[in-house]
Design a protein around this ligand. Structure first.
Ligand code: HEC
Ligand code: HEC
Length: 292
């Protein structure tokens, strides 16, 4: 009996022996075989999807997610520019058009001020330059000074859009800016200079790490986006220019407009952080882009 089963075992043994270890010629378990074929099929589909049919990359998916989050925010939040984060890129685009057709004639194409005051500086005649003050001025107008009330003409939605757009122009220092009028208020809407306050810088670092590091890398050495600590800039390296790159974005290159998402205070903290790390040496910096 024992002998017989021994013989059977012998017949099942494969002929080879490795360091005295032999193996049976067992059938592979079916579940294993199917899993193996499944991985092959998965591999083929994966290769076709990403290398032949150009499926969405991680960055594309990230962008789509960001847009979806923005949309969600818009639908949840009461839509008001004073919320600072409620305007979508479409709102800003719409606001830009409304501005060009309705406001530019008096405030200038770049809001530098013509008949009406400069809307990009920190000086304000009516209110303190917060988004809700600006909205108020636009809704009610300042009829005695020749500024029409826009509420009935444009409707609330368009007013909000144009105000969101005007907010993004803050601190842009357009050419031929009209002399300041009114009282200066601590910049509500943007940083004109970088802060050296360690607290601002620390806040900026936190915001940078969550929002920007995915494309510019944690040490700002550059990845999808350019190196942000070298002397080379595509869109200018002064605090104002950096603020403007971040606030308005460079949408055609995949850098979204951050003004509606972060609002001016957070952008100014990020700029302060970026200024504080200029000239640092990232581990594997991207080659310089732009000019010194
Ligand atoms: C007919 C000319 C005219 C048009 C068009 C016009 N404005 Fe004005 N706006 C003025 C004048 C003039 C003032 C300044 C009132 C004053 O001196 O008190 C003003 C003031 C303002 C202020 C307040 C500025 C401050 O310093 O407090 C804001 C904000 C503003 N306008 C935004 C807009 C927007 C946005 C539009 C387009 C929807 C617009 N304006 C269209 C003439 C105009
Ligand atoms: C989805 C990827 C992506 C994210 C996220 C992103 N950027 Fe960018 N950024 C880019 C690209 C791409 C460019 C280059 C645009 C070009 O080639 O003109 C750029 C350009 C810039 C520039 C201008 C650089 C220059 O050389 O003039 C600054 C400043 C900047 N980004 C800052 C930021 C900050 C701050 C954040 C976070 C709030 C951020 N970026 C988030 C992709 C991104």
């Amino acid at each position: 009996m024992e002998n017989q089963s021994n013989k059977k075992e012998q017949a099942l043994l494969r002929p080879h022996s490795i360091d005295g270890i032999q193996e049976y010629d067992n059938k592979l378990p079916l579940w294993w075989v199917y899993l193996f074929y499944a991985t092959i099929i998965f591999g083929v589909i994966y290769m076709l999807r990403f290398h032949v049919w150009d499926g969405d990359s991680l960055v594309d998916e990230w962008r789509a997610d960001t847009l979806a989050i923005e949309e969600l925010r818009e639908s949840k939040a009461p839509h008001s520019p004073s919320e600072g984060d409620a305007a979508t890129p479409e709102d800003l685009e719409e606001g830009k058009e409304v501005y060009a057709s309705t406001c530019a004639s008096c405030h200038g194409e770049k809001a530098q001020g013509v008949v009406g005051p400069n809307l990009t500086d920190d000086y304000w005649l009516h209110g303190t330059g917060t988004p809700s003050d600006i909205e108020n001025a636009v809704l009610k107008g300042i009829p005695e000074m020749g500024m029409p009330a826009w509420e009935s003409v444009l409707g609330a939605k368009k007013v909000q859009q144009v105000v969101s757009f005007v907010v993004t122009l803050s601190g842009t220092n357009p050419e031929g800016a009209k002399a300041p009028q009114g009282t200066q208020y601590a910049s509500q809407t943007s940083a004109n200079t970088a802060s050296t306050d360690p607290q601002d810088i620390a806040e900026g670092k936190g915001l940078y790490d969550t929002n920007c590091a995915s494309c510019h890398r944690e040490d700002a050495g550059g990845l999808v986006g350019p190196n942000l600590v070298d002397d080379y800039w595509l869109h200018g390296g002064s605090p104002e220019q950096i603020t403007s790159s971040i606030a308005s974005g460079i949408p055609e290159k995949g850098m979204i407009s951050w003004a509606p998402i972060l609002g001016p205070k957070k952008i100014s903290a990020i700029v302060s952080y970026l200024i504080s790390i200029q000239g640092s040496s990232p581990t594997s910096p991207k080659a310089p882009e732009g000019s010194k």
